[in-house]
Design a binder for this molecule. Structure first.
Ligand SMILES: [Mn+2]
Length: 326
């Protein structure tokens, strides 16, 4: 990719890891005298766009395009990703394998930002100023928060930025990428303070309403939020019951209801396969986090069915957990 000047367009996944990835790569190119960066956050609903031969982001043909923490596209001048399902076709995979540039896919990298950092740091040791950012991206992308309290109190600057992130406009996301490129997480957090304050206050309020609704049934924390419209707070059950091995939550999602099934990420134990359980009920997901949807267009009012399913799923998880322990 072009040394000495030029403009670099960085198309990145629209989340903390994506922005952190953009910051590290921009730091790398700024050392090569690139002065002009353009950041474009993108969401995972672009499969159709990604299957086309050209992407709509370049403003001029000379603009170098990086794609980060996002599926492969052959027109990228440089690309980094760590998602399992990153190649939309065999042709794209073959195209990647034939590359000789720095582009890299490592599906076991905990974050894309740390993948970029570890690859490029060897070429440019001054990138070590991004060590903290890369470690933070690992924590956020893998949801390895020190504790439920640490997640909700958000004293750690990366956790705080992640709470505020969904509130940012695309313009503010661009600013954040620049702050992370030039400064520390601590400074970026300070710059985002007004947005973070709003997000944390709203979280606190929701958490206060959610916590009294969590019940413990054997190894499972259960929440039924269907009639409240309260947001799904994935880690709230473990604030109430840190010993719970699993959490099942019934909540409003899109045009309907959903049951989320999760394993307590702060406990290490051989857990039951929640994805397999969810698939039997028409849902899907990972072995440690899955969900079952109950759309309005199928059920009319899905609550009675979803409520029965919640009760049955709690029993099923508890039964399999007991069987496994026996
Ligand atoms: Mn990522």
């Amino acid at each position: 990719m072009g040394k000495g000047g030029g403009a670099v367009l960085i198309v990145h996944h629209d989340d903390f890891d994506g922005v952190a990835s953009a910051a590290v790569l921009a730091g790398f190119y700024s050392h090569q005298s690139v002065k002009e960066f353009r950041f474009v956050p993108v969401q995972h609903d672009l499969r159709e766009v990604w299957l086309k031969p050209e992407l709509p982001y370049r403003r001029k043909s000379t603009e170098k395009m990086a794609i980060l923490d996002f599926p492969y596209h052959p027109t990228a001048d440089i690309w980094f990703d760590h998602h399992d399902t990153t190649f939309h076709s065999q042709e794209y995979h073959d195209h990647y394998l034939a590359r000789t540039d720095l582009s890299c896919w490592e599906s076991d990298a905990p974050s894309c930002a740390s993948l970029i950092y570890h690859r490029l740091w060897r070429l440019q040791p001054s990138l070590d100023r991004y060590a903290e950012l890369a470690a933070a991206a690992d924590m956020i992308d893998q949801a390895r928060y020190p504790s439920p309290e640490a997640y909700f109190k958000a004293e750690d600057p990366a956790i705080a930025i992640n709470h505020g992130y969904p509130e940012l406009t695309d313009g503010q996301k661009t600013e954040l990428a620049g702050w992370l490129m030039r400064g520390t997480l601590h400074q970026a957090r300070a710059n985002m303070e007004p947005v973070i304050r709003v997000a944390l206050a709203r979280n606190d309020e929701a958490l206060a309403q959610v916590l009294p609704r969590v019940e413990l049934q054997g190894p499972v924390a259960v929440m039924d939020l269907a009639d409240t419209g309260l947001p799904f707070l994935r880690y709230a059950p473990y604030m109430a019951f840190p010993q719970a091995k699993y959490a099942l939550t019934l909540y409003k999602r899109g045009e309907g209801l959903a049951i989320s099934l999760g394993k307590n990420p702060w406990l290490t134990f051989p857990h039951v396969d929640l994805g397999a359980i969810a698939r039997r009920e028409g849902g899907g997901g990972h072995s440690y986090a899955a969900s079952v949807p109950f759309p309005n267009h199928v059920y009319g009012n899905p609550y009675p069915v979803a409520r029965l399913n919640l009760i049955a799923l709690v029993r099923e998880v508890a039964r399999l957990e007991a069987k496994k322990a026996a």
